[in-house]
Design a protein around this ligand. Structure first.
Ligand SMILES: [Fe+2]
Length: 393
């Protein structure tokens, strides 16, 4: 569709502060400027006793702030984390939330911000439910991974234990007020996490660029993000402590987040939400495994855009292919993810799917309302089934 036929909006209200040591340089001044005295840090178990979290707490306490902590966020976080964090915030009369960590901590920080200001259970506000009423409290985000994009998006994803589903809470009020991107925080990130998160960002950029709601502003951000991840993620993965490539992956991840915040993601995420909910596979890993299968399915729908993506891989990695066209893209992505330690499918889980389970996975995938309808090629039940069967063979 030509631009003259399109209608779209673009809104990124989150302020971004980027730089080495930027948290130490600017966070306290920022909190003072908005008169915050009591704040809740939301983080996860893995970071609980790390130097990077202790440094943050020390920085805040030394500057006279009252710091409370909720550091029990789990991967694929559940609503119980939101409730526990909400209690901490209310008991201590906090005025501000700092989400410190990866996507799970950031999403829980956003969700706590919804319930402390709107009351009720977080699932009351899932897509199709009650509207979030704002403005909410000040939300500061400090990512310690690069990939989720959640530091700039208007969504939070929370899992329900009861129905094994991930639910999306979406509202512009969820956007963080300010995000501090400090690439030195990535120095302690394990390599496999770096790969999972970086590939999640690649999926965000590819899906934002190719789905039905893509638009020129997010296309620009997405293409640049693809460029930076394709060239710098392998360097960041193989060279320890390379701050230049880590900076580029971090920036690309935020740019991909800005892109998909407006145009959304599609079928890779519909399937990965389902797989993660049923089998507890980390989000980025699930996306990385699924990506080439969905690209293969989608190629027909956006050949020019997929060719542009293929050209980026070809240019950055000097690929020489006999076809040299977009149909080489799935195999190219497979080779790329393999070098980053990603398995070719989910057979490593050793799960045999019954017909009933396959049907359930297909139905859940097709019911992922925020992502499934945006896919560039319309997928029918049998298409989804074929993809899922192939992924688990
Ligand atoms: Fe994602």
């Amino acid at each position: 569709m030509s631009n003259s036929q399109k209608e779209f909006s673009f809104n990124i209200s989150t302020k971004i502060e980027f730089g080495k040591g930027i948290v130490n340089k600017k966070l306290v001044n920022y909190l003072e400027s908005i008169n915050v005295k009591r704040l809740l840090i939301v983080s996860d178990n893995g970071l609980k006793n790390t130097a990077i979290l202790q440094n943050l707490i020390e920085l805040l306490v030394d500057n006279g702030l009252d710091v409370y902590q909720f550091t029990d966020v789990e991967p694929n976080p559940k609503s119980v984390s939101v409730t526990l964090g909400e209690e901490k915030y209310i008991q201590n009369d906090c005025e501000c939330i700092i989400g410190f960590g990866g996507g799970s901590s950031i999403d829980v920080a956003k969700a706590i911000n919804v319930v402390v200001n709107n009351k009720g259970n977080i699932f009351d506000y899932r897509r199709g439910g009650k509207e979030v009423i704002g403005p909410l409290s000040t939300l500061v985000i400090i990512p310690t991974t690069a990939g989720t994009g959640s530091e700039v998006t208007n969504v939070s994803v929370i899992s329900s234990l009861e129905d094994k589903r991930k639910y999306v809470i979406a509202s512009d009020y969820l956007r963080p007020t300010i995000t501090f991107l400090d690439p030195t925080l990535l120095l302690s990130l394990p390599r496999n996490q770096l790969a999972f998160c970086g590939l999640d960002a690649l999926v965000h950029a590819i899906e934002a660029y190719t789905n039905r709601k893509s638009q020129p502003i997010s296309d620009g951000l997405a293409l640049d993000a693809i460029n930076m991840i394709v060239s710098d993620l392998p360097i960041a993965y193989s060279k320890k402590d390379d701050l230049e490539s880590l900076s580029n992956v971090m920036l690309a991840s935020t740019m991909a987040g800005m892109a998909f915040s407006e145009s959304g993601v599609a079928l890779v995420h519909s399937i990965s939400h389902t797989v993660s909910s049923h089998f507890n596979v980390p989000h980025g890993l699930a996306n990385a495994v699924i990506l080439p299968y969905v690209v293969e399915f989608n190629l027909l729908s956006e050949p020019e855009k997929y060719l542009k993506i293929f050209d980026i891989f070809e240019e950055k990695h000097n690929l020489i292919y006999s076809n040299g066209n977009h149909t080489d893209l799935p195999e190219t992505i497979r080779n790329f993810t393999k070098k980053l330690g990603i398995p070719p499918n989910f057979s490593y889980l050793n799960i045999t799917l019954s017909d009933e389970k396959i049907n359930q996975l297909c139905l859940d995938t097709m019911d992922d309302k925020g992502t499934f309808p945006k896919n560039s090629r319309k997928a029918e039940f049998n298409d989804v089934k074929n993809l899922i069967v192939k992924l688990f063979e």
